[in-house]
Design a binder for this molecule. Sequence first.
Ligand code: SF4
Length: 84
Amino acid sequence: MFIMDQVRRRGIMVGCDFKDTCHFLNKKAIAMPLTTLNLVESFCRSDFASCTIRRIAMTHGIDKVPRYVSPDDKYELSNRIIEF
Ligand code: SF4
């Protein structure tokens, strides 16, 4: 089951314009439901401007975001990708 399936089931509103193409929502199996849904609530529903996946996508395109990047990824590599 992908994260988006749970999002729809729970009726969580996603405001981000990458909601249909984002790998985090659409390709990632839900492993830790509470942690994952907290990320969705924090980033996808309201504070999507702070999402690392979105920040990379805005610069390089959603198809260029590495699959290992998560919304709250603060690793230096992700910041380098954004600045590249
Ligand atoms: S994870 Fe980030 S890019 Fe993907 S839908 Fe949520 S806020 Fe948008």
